[in-house]
Design a protein around this ligand. Structure first.
Ligand SMILES: *[C@@H]1O[C@H](CO)[C@@H](O)[C@H](O)[C@H]1NC(C)=O
Ligand SMILES: *[C@@H]1O[C@H](CO)[C@@H](O)[C@H](O)[C@H]1NC(C)=O
Ligand SMILES: *[C@@H]1O[C@H](CO)[C@@H](O)[C@H](O)[C@H]1NC(C)=O
Ligand SMILES: *[C@@H]1O[C@H](CO)[C@@H](O)[C@H](O)[C@H]1NC(C)=O
Length: 273
């Protein structure tokens, strides 16, 4: 498929991570012609019992040699994409969020908007704060305040300190709930201990529709018994995840929960050779 050997190994590790999730966000994806994503979908659809589809932003970034995409991979028989919108905020963001509205009739909240952000570390404070403007735009556009932000915000350590929070409306407006706490380490190496990756939701209705305490890091090294060097081939961050509650009547039949995963994939999609 034009994938290099090293990237194929990573793709083989990414497949079991993605296939745990009903919806999964991949960030830092460099796949302008869509080949790598098609290969990953083929892998997922061949070996799993679910059918997966993907929705992707275009390449986003400051310079043509560093364009990255946001890609959602989802179980097509469970959720539908009902709308998508590329936020046009070149002043506010290096990689403006790509908002996608999903419909799922098996969750308490039927229609919700996912807004990914991989912030530029040098302007993380400003970019996280600007998510508030994205919230206002998409919630008005689709008349839906069930909005979740997710991704590598760089919201910790040197990039965002405790004293910076007064300048971030996602902190100062208590309508927003941060589901990955400040004490969580989302990085792989022992040298760093930072809660860079976050999930934030707006409003009580969405918060109530989330399984309590389900926001956490997925340590796939431990789970799949692979060593740190191999883990680092996939990413220097662990995926984070959260579970949405299912409808009461469906809960009786099957304890179905939507699992949202965030994988921070470091360019395992190498350009085709
Ligand atoms: C979701 O998409 C599937 C496949 O395209 C379609 O059959 C189904 O009717 C859609 N459901 C909703 C609620 O839009
Ligand atoms: C739920 O959604 C699925 C797929 O989108 C569809 O096939 C099914 O008919 C829907 N069920 C209800 C009760 O709307
Ligand atoms: C927006 O959503 C609310 C609550 O779901 C609903 O009552 C209202 O009619 C909707 N407005 C429009 C313009 O669709
Ligand atoms: C929460 O949202 C409501 C409705 O938009 C707003 O009136 C209120 O001021 C917000 N709360 C805070 C603490 O900002």
């Amino acid at each position: 498929m034009g994938l290099l050997a090293a990237s194929l190994i990573s793709a083989l590790l990414v497949q079991p991570i993605v296939s745990r999730c009903d919806i999964c966000l991949l960030q830092q994806v460099v796949d302008p012609d869509g080949k790598a994503i098609r290969a990953l979908l083929t892998l997922l659809n061949r070996y799993g019992k679910h059918r997966y589809e993907a929705v992707s932003s275009k390449g986003l970034g400051k310079s043509s040699d560093d364009m990255q995409q946001y890609i959602f991979i989802y179980r097509a028989r469970l959720v539908n994409v009902t709308a998508q919108h590329q936020y046009n905020g070149k002043q506010a963001f290096v990689r403006p969020p790509f908002a996608v509205q999903f419909y799922c009739n098996k969750t308490d909240i039927k229609e919700f908007i996912l807004v990914p952000l991989r912030s530029d570390p040098e302007q993380a404070i400003q970019e996280i704060d600007s998510l508030y403007d994205v919230f206002e735009e998409v919630s008005a556009k689709w008349n839906n305040t069930n909005v979740m932000f997710l991704g590598d915000f760089h919201a910790s350590c040197a990039y965002v300190t405790r004293s910076n929070r007064k300048d971030i409306r996602l902190y100062t407006d208590s309508n927003f709930s941060w589901l990955i706490g400040d004490g969580v380490d989302t990085t792989v190496t022992d040298e760093t201990n930072c809660a860079y990756d976050r999930i934030v939701v707006y409003g009580q209705p969405f918060l109530m529709a989330i399984q309590p305490f389900s926001g956490k890091v997925f340590n796939f090294g431990k789970e799949f018994k692979i060593n740190q060097r191999k883990v680092l081939d996939v990413s220097d961050h662990y995926p984070i995840e959260v579970r949405l509650k299912g409808s009461a009547f469906l809960l009786q039949a099957t304890p179905l929960l939507i699992l949202l995963g965030v994988s921070v994939i470091v360019q395992f999609f190498l350009p085709a050779v």
